[in-house]
Ligand binder design. Structure first.
Ligand SMILES: [Zn+2]
Length: 480
């Protein structure tokens, strides 16, 4: 396998630190609002990576949930807290905001068939996501280490990481310390005691601007709450142990969040955080950046309300490489949905035994699956993997016949890789089968009027019938 490593700026042969096993960490959502489809693309990329790694390795996957400490403007530690903002908007407590959007995130991931993380269990929450608020002690411990080792300093308002104390700072983004100057904004309060604009808070005190911050915890230095960047380093240290093999996130994390994560771990523990850093590109909507004010902003629920199946969006994302910008439009989603229907029509052939006589040898199946895997192992070349799938399914399908065991194998393998839920689709009910048989009898008797009436009846049930030399074949006209 080979993957593009943002850190080395090259596509490298992948080798895990421990043979046979991969540790994978993903920066999860900030749960103060619904995820939009750009956020969801990041988790789909990550899921495809995990499924690809799983073809050769045991994958230990951890993902955090940011339920505290994320400010509207994290680049310079200023601005409103996202949870306090959400709480005001919805007249809920900050805790309820976090709980509500954690639930909606989990529902989105389930609908997209994204595998939940598997290497950490939160007994209190009853799931496998690592909540920042459940790792406060670990974060306080890290702050202690950073202060002890001279990588952090205290002001009245916060404890900051001193970026000048670490020569490797900014290695990921390629930025020099002199490059960026913190933006000065009228509406925010910045700390006059902060030494360098790149310095970032690892702990905020509940004083001044944040005196009324609802979420706060005791620390040896005073009551407060952790800075956003800290949680990922702390959670990785507590769950997977560092260094990990692969760390993923969106390209928006290359500039600040990931360099800060790296710096904290290196400074506190004396070794790097991760060996391979992978980042997915953004989506554009009709060629422009998605934003609520432009009216081109979509959540998964928005797409479902427009009649789209969540997995149509999954397929659309697979059609683009994760390192390319994806230009989303409702037309492209419509076309992905049609393609998904065709794939499902192919998968549903397994319920219709009486097809042609071309038997697909098991060797062909193995070879086909290998070609899909090979494409994915080449830096997740999902468009090439899908091209193999279409070649196999849509070109061979008209004459294809497979026995049930072969069908199970091929569909399960494809589902493991692409997550499109081809296997386990139900057969149609006996009533619909009876109508198909009755229609065939009418056709055999050249009673085409009757046959058309019966076809219309099937169509009302969401089924279409193709008449082939080998008899009728049904396909669903709606995604179920
Ligand atoms: Zn992170």
């Amino acid at each position: 396998m080979r993957f593009h490593n943002t850190l080395t700026r090259t596509t490298e042969e992948f080798k895990p630190l421990v043979p046979g096993e991969v540790s994978l960490y993903t920066c999860g959502p900030t749960v103060y609002d619904f995820a939009h489809i750009g956020n969801i693309r990041a988790f789909l990329f990550d899921d495809t990576l995990r499924r690809t790694l799983a073809t050769e390795y045991e994958v230990k996957h951890v993902m955090n949930i940011t339920d505290v400490g994320h400010l509207v403007n994290d680049d310079d530690d200023t601005g409103e807290d996202k949870f306090e903002k959400g709480a005001k908007r919805e007249n809920l407590s900050v805790w309820d905001v976090a709980a509500r959007y954690t639930d909606s995130f989990k529902a989105d991931m389930a609908a997209m068939n994204v595998l939940p993380p598997n290497a950490y269990k939160d007994d209190e929450a009853g799931d496998t996501y690592a909540r920042a608020t459940h790792f406060i002690d670990t974060q306080v411990e890290m702050v202690k280490l950073l202060l002890e080792r001279g990588h952090a300093y205290l002001t009245e308002q916060a404890i900051y990481f001193d970026v000048t104390s670490l020569s490797s700072y900014g290695e990921l983004s390629g930025q020099e310390l002199g490059d960026k100057v913190a933006a000065v904004r009228d509406e925010v309060i910045s700390d006059p005691d902060k030494r360098h604009p790149f310095d970032f808070a690892v702990w905020f005190f509940t004083v001044g601007h944040y005196a009324d911050h609802v979420m706060h915890w005791p620390s040896p230095w005073g009551e407060g709450f952790p800075g956003w960047h800290l949680e990922c380093s702390a959670i990785i240290h507590a769950t997977l142990g560092d260094p990990i093999d692969v760390h993923t996130g969106g390209v928006d994390h290359i500039g600040t969040h990931h360099p800060n994560e790296m710096a904290q771990t290196e400074a506190a523990f004396g070794h790097p955080l991760a060996r391979v850093w992978m980042h997915n590109e953004f989506i554009l909507v009709n060629g422009t950046k998605m934003s609520k004010s432009k009216g081109n902003y979509y959540t998964l629920a928005d797409l479902v309300n427009k009649g789209f199946h969540p997995l149509s969006y999954r397929l659309l994302c697979l059609q683009a490489h994760y390192r390319s910008e994806l230009n989303f439009s409702l037309e492209s989603l419509e076309s992905a949905q049609k393609t998904l229907l065709n794939l499902y029509a192919w998968a549903d052939l397994r319920h219709q035994g009486n097809l042609s006589e071309i038997q697909l040898a098991p060797a062909n199946i193995t070879e086909f699956i290998e070609r899909v895997k090979t494409a994915l192992a080449d830096d997740l070349a999902t468009p090439a993997a899908l091209a193999e799938v279409f070649k196999y399914t849509l070109e061979l399908a008209p004459g294809m016949r497979y026995d049930d065991e072969d069908a199970d194998n091929v569909l399960t393998e494809l589902d493991n890789l692409l997550g499109l839920q081809l296997n386990g689709r139900p057969d149609i009910d006996d009533g619909a089968k009876a109508i198909i048989a009755e229609r065939q009898t009418a056709r055999d008797a050249r009673d085409y009027a009757r046959s058309d009436v019966l076809r219309a009846k099937l169509q009302r049930q969401g089924l279409d019938v193709d008449d082939t030399p080998n008899g009728p074949r049904w396909r669903r006209t709606k995604l179920i």
